[in-house]
Write a protein that binds this ligand. Structure first.
Ligand SMILES: C[S@@+](CC[C@H](N)C(=O)[O-])C[C@H]1O[C@@H](n2cnc3c(N)ncnc32)[C@H](O)[C@@H]1O
Length: 496
C-alpha cells in the first residue's frame, strides 16, 4: 500500500459544513431499499455490547469468495495477471508469482473503472447525492460508501469485491479497551489506538447527527451504525492506498489490495499514466510460486499493528521505531517559561519522539536540552523548542557541550524507565489470561497477546540498543573529564 499518512487520516477530522438545502428523498428505489432492510435483520444486527457480526465479507483466510472475485474482475476488464491469489504463510491470503518475474517489471494494470474512489458512483444515488452535497471528506465518505454498497449485496457492482473482504479486518480498532490496557500497557501505540477508536466513533456520531438522522430512510441505523463503521474504517486503514500520480487521491484497488507488505521492498502502488492503470514495479525478482510483496510505507512495527494488525518478524523492519515520552520536570523553576516555549511551537509536555534503531533525532535532543537547561539559558528556550518542533534543523544550533552529559543522561533515564515497563509486561503474566471463558475467547486472547509480545519485544530491543549507546557515550564523556581532571591535578602538584 502507498503510505497513508496521518495527515490523510486527519482530513476527516475537521467538522463538516452545515447541511446544505437538499431535495428531500424518500429512499433508494423500492427493490434496493428492501434489500438494505433484508441484508441486516434484527437477529443478525450487530449489538454494541455483545461481539458484533458483520453480515458481509468473508473469513480472513477464505479463498472461496476470491475465485468469484477473480472471475468478475477478468470479465470487467482486468488483464491476465502474472500472479494468483493463494493461501500464503505471511498474511493469510496473498499474491503469488505464476511465472518467474524479473526485477523492474510492471505488474497489475488495474483499470480506473475497477477502482473505488470518492468519485465512484453510488448504487443508491440519493445517498451519494446527500453525502456529496454535504462536502463530506474522503475518508468518512468512502467508509459510508462501502457500507452502503455492502448492504445492497447483489445490486451493487462491488458485490464480488466486498464478499472477498475480511468480515473482521485485523486491526487495533477491534481490540477492547481492556485488551489495549492489558497488552499494550508499555507501548505508546496503546494511546494511538485509543485515539483512533475515539476518532472513528466521533466521525460516526458526527455523520449520524448531521446527515443520517435527517435521512433515516436512506441511512437506516440498522445498517449505518458504529459496528459497521468500525468494519469499514478497518477496511480503509488496512487496504486504502494513496496514489501519488493522481495528486494523492485515495483509492481501494481490488486485486492489488491482495498484496501483502514486506519491509524488505520499497515498491508501492501508483497510477501509471502510460498504461492508464494502477501498477507497481518490482524491485526484486520472484520465482514461480513465490509470494510477491509491496511496501505499505516506511512504518514502525507499532504503526503496522495499529493499521494492519500484524507485527513483522523481530529485526526485519529497518523502519522500526519506538515512541519515547519526554516531560518537563515538575520542580523546574522555569517550568512555565519552558512549557510556554513548547506550546508556541506546537509541542506539549509530555511529548513523544520516535527513537529509531539507528539513533535519535535532533528534535529529540533539542527537547532533552530544553528539559535540562538552566534559567541562565532562558534566551535559548524558544530556539530549542523550535528545533524540537523540527523547524530549525541545523545541528550547530543545538551545540551545548557543557550540557551534553545532562542531556544524554536525561534521554538514558527516559529509556530506562520505559525498558522497565516493557520488562514488567514481557516478564510478568497478565491477569486477563486467567479469566477467559471459552475456547474462542482463549484463542483470541492468545493471538492478541502474541502480537503484543512481538511488538513489545521489538520496541524494547530498540530501547536496549539506545541504552547501550547512551551509556557508552556517557562513560566516554566522564572518562574524558576524569582524564582532564587527572592532567590538571598533575599540573597543580607540579607547581606546588
Ligand atoms: C491489503 S490487505 C492484504 C491482503 C490480505 N492478506 C487478505 O487476505 O485480504 C492487508 C492485510 O494483509 C495482512 N498482511 C499484509 N502484510 C502482512 C505481513 N507482512 N504479515 C502478516 N500479515 C500481513 C494483514 O492482515 C493486513 O491487514
Amino acid at each position: 500500500m502507498a503510505e497513508i499518512s496521518s495527515a490523510i487520516f486527519t482530513s476527516f477530522l475537521p467538522r463538516f459544513p452545515q447541511l446544505s438545502a437538499v431535495p428531500h428523498f424518500y429512499g433508494c428505489p423500492g427493490a434496493t431499499r428492501s434489500r438494505i432492510r433484508c441484508s441486516i435483520t434484527a437477529e443478525s444486527m450487530p449489538s454494541r455490547t455483545s461481539s458484533p457480526t458483520i453480515p458481509w465479507g468473508c473469513e480472513i483466510e477464505s479463498l472461496e469468495s476470491v475465485s468469484a472475485l477473480q472471475k468478475w474482475l477478468s470479465e470487467s476488464g482486468l488483464p491476465p495477471q502474472k500472479m494468483d491469489i493463494r493461501r500464503v504463510n505471511v498474511g493469510e491470503r496473498g499474491l503469488v508469482a505464476l511465472k518467474n518475474i524479473r526485477k523492474g517489471e510492471k505488474l497489475l494494470f488495474v483499470p480506473p473503472s475497477l477502482v473505488i474512489t470518492a468519485n465512484s458512483e453510488w448504487t443508491c444515488e440519493e445517498a451519494g447525492y446527500i453525502m456529496q452535497s454535504n462536502s463530506v471528506p474522503d475518508w468518512p465518505l468512502l467508509a459510508t460508501y462501502l457500507i452502503s454498497e455492502a448492504s445492497l449485496t447483489e445490486t451493487s457492482r462491488w458485490n464480488r469485491y466486498i464478499s472477498a473482504l475480511p468480515r473482521q479486518p485485523y486491526s487495533l480498532l477491534y481490540w477492547t479497551r481492556l485488551e489495549l490496557d492489558m497488552y499494550l500497557v508499555a507501548s505508546q501505540i496503546r494511546v494511538r489506538a485509543i485515539e483512533r477508536i475515539s476518532d472513528v466513533t466521533g466521525v460516526y456520531n458526527d455523520l449520524r447527527a448531521r446527515i443520517f438522522s435527517k435521512h433515516p430512510n436512506l441511512f437506516p441505523e440498522e445498517v449505518f451504525n458504529l459496528e459497521t463503521f468500525k468494519w469499514s474504517f478497518g477496511i480503509l486503514f488496512s487496504r486504502l492506498v494513496r496514489l501519488p500520480a493522481m495528486d494523492g487521491k485515495v483509492a481501494l484497488v481490488p486485486w492489488a489490495d491482495m498484496l501483502n507488505h514486506s519491509s524488505q521492498v520499497e515498491t508501492f502502488l501508483d497510477y501509471d499514466k502510460s498504461s492508464k492503470g494502477i501498477v507497481f514495479t518490482t524491485d526484486r525478482a520472484y520465482q514461480l510460486g513465490e509470494q510477491v510483496f509491496i511496501s505499505y510505507g516506511k512504518k514502525s512495527n507499532g504503526e503496522l499493528l495499529l493499521s494492519y494488525g500484524f507485527v513483522p518478524k523481530e529485526g526485519t523492519n529497518p523502519n522500526d521505531s519506538v515512541e519515547l515520552s519526554f516531560s518537563l520536570k515538575k520542580d523546574d523553576e522555569c517550568y512555565n517559561e519552558k512549557a510556554e516555549a513548547l506550546r508556541k511551537h506546537g509541542l506539549a509536555t509530555p511529548q513523544q519522539f520516535p527513537l529509531q534503531i539507528t539513533g535519535w533525532s535532533i528534535q529529540m535532543m533539542a527537547y532533552a536540552y530544553l528539559v535540562v537547561s538552566s534559567s541562565k539559558m532562558i534566551q535559548q528556550y524558544d530556539e530549542l523548542a523550535s528545533t524540537a518542533a523540527g523547524k530549525n534543523m541545523s545541528r550547530g544550533g543545538i551545540n551545548y557541550p557543557e550540557l551534553e552529559e545532562q542531556m544524554l543522561q536525561f534521554i538514558l533515564d527516559c529509556c530506562e524507565s520505559s525498558i522497565l515497563k516493557y520488562s514488567k509486561f514481557l516478564e510478568g503474566g497478565g491477569p486477563l489470561d486467567s479469566v477467559t471463558t471459552n475456547v474462542q475467547q482463549a484463542n483470541r486472547r492468545s493471538l492478541l497477546k502474541q502480537l503484543a509480545v512481538d511488538l513489545c519485544t521489538s520496541e524494547r530491543r530498540i530501547l536496549f540498543r539506545a541504552q547501550y549507546i547512551l551509556r557508552r557515550k556517557l562513560r566516554d564523556i566522564r572518562n574524558g573529564e576524569l582524564r582532564g581532571l587527572a592532567i590538571f591535578n598533575r599540573f597543580r602538584q607540579f607547581f606546588e
